[in-house]
Ligand binder design. Structure first.
Ligand SMILES: *[C@@H]1O[C@H](CO)[C@@H](O)[C@H](O)[C@H]1NC(C)=O
Ligand SMILES: *[C@@H]1O[C@H](CO)[C@@H](O)[C@H](O)[C@H]1NC(C)=O
Ligand SMILES: *[C@@H]1O[C@H](CO)[C@@H](O)[C@H](O)[C@H]1NC(C)=O
Length: 325
């Protein structure tokens, strides 16, 4: 691997190494997410933050659900949040978590994903007027939101609950992102583009309390208030070490390379993603948890949103105050 890295560096590679792939090619149908459990930690994703119905109510796969620019995946993911989507609280949420033995909280990592809504007026088009937390860490040091100030209808990138960048969330448009997280320097920046355009750095790194236990990045959506059924679409999910792959839809399962000026192109199909195939009976941590009577949500709240068993997060004065009871 060291030799390969040196070789790639020598020919001017502009892409990092995939440390975790969330490529949906490993999930031919929604039932394949059910293979994972706390006692059978297999595949790329942990699937436990969801409502009471069958997985097919919350997750489904289709070629029409991915960014068309994505050539590395057959299908994209449709992720649904509805009135049945409560999990361990009154929040409605559908979220996938990386399943990996890799350290997702070290050095300079790029957290890649593409997200879209349906066309305007399409079935289950999201309501943007209430707060939604999208692709967040349990500590919320960085995340996307909609339904928050200063532009509630915009897709807003936040660092520690402060807006650093936002864009009108245009129906049917694919938005591509990479959170640029330097866990050593304790900073985070943002790369973004739409459609098939290469990612560009739209926010330089700013200080943040960057941390993850490698099992608390939530790919999905949590909404603070109940509303109707909403669909979100995801593709191109992977985490790589810097330097960033700026092209959209080629990363993830493969290490892609681009040469500069030498006239030769080299590519490697190696992936450093390690899949856990052993069966364990340990209980996986689900990130920080709040104790009985502690706050677990509300406007401006940045702490843990998960309650210690057997307590659940109750809306005391929504959207301002939620408490573990
Ligand atoms: C899940 O799917 C099975 C088989 O289709 C069905 O019998 C069952 O009622 C479903 N359960 C729920 C909670 O929807
Ligand atoms: C897509 O990106 C381009 C280039 O940054 C920008 O001009 C345009 O407004 C974006 N479109 C949408 C719908 O966000
Ligand atoms: C990634 O690897 C798969 C399997 O080897 C291959 O089919 C696909 O074309 C590769 N994608 C890219 C972008 O290299």
């Amino acid at each position: 691997m060291a030799l390969l890295t040196l070789l790639l560096a020598a020919i001017g590679v502009n892409a990092g190494t995939t440390v975790w792939s969330g490529n949906f090619n490993s999930y031919p149908n929604s039932a394949s997410f059910d293979t994972w459990s706390f006692s059978n930690e297999v595949g790329e994703y942990q699937w436990y933050i969801h409502g009471t119905q069958n997985t097919s109510e919350y997750l489904s796969l289709s070629p029409s659900y991915k960014n068309p620019a994505d050539s590395s995946e057959t299908n994209g993911l449709k992720l649904t949040v509805d009135s049945t989507s409560t999990w361990n609280s009154q929040f409605e949420r559908t979220e996938l978590i990386p399943q990996t033995s890799a350290n997702l909280g070290t050095g300079n990592l790029l957290y890649h994903f593409s997200i879209s809504t349906g066309q305007a007026g399409s079935t289950n088009y999201p309501v943007t007027s209430i707060e939604h937390q999208i692709c967040f860490f349990e500590s919320h040091f960085t995340e996307l939101k909609v339904g928050v100030a200063p532009n509630p209808t915009h897709l807003t990138w936040m660092v520690t609950e402060v807006d650093h960048w936002d864009t009108p969330w245009t129906p049917g448009v694919w938005y591509n992102f990479a959170y640029d997280i330097d866990f050593t320097a304790q900073t985070v920046g943002l790369w973004a583009s739409n459609g098939s355009a290469p990612l560009v750095k739209v926010v330089q790194n700013v200080p943040a309390a960057t941390s993850t236990n490698s099992a608390d990045w939530h790919l999905g959506v949590l909404r603070i208030n109940p509303t109707g059924t909403e669909d979100y679409f995801f593709s191109g999910v992977y985490i790589e070490s810097a330097p960033i792959t700026t092209s959209v839809g080629t990363g993830g399962g493969n290490t892609t390379t681009t040469t500069t000026g030498t006239g030769t192109t080299t590519s490697s199909a190696s992936s450093t993603t390690s899949k856990t195939t052993t069966t364990t009976t340990t209980t996986t941590s689900i990130g920080p948890v709040q104790t009985e009577f502690g706050q677990c949500g509300g406007t401006g709240y940045t702490g843990a949103t998960t309650c210690a068993a057997p307590y659940t997060c109750k809306a005391i004065s929504p959207p301002y105050y939620y408490q573990c009871l």
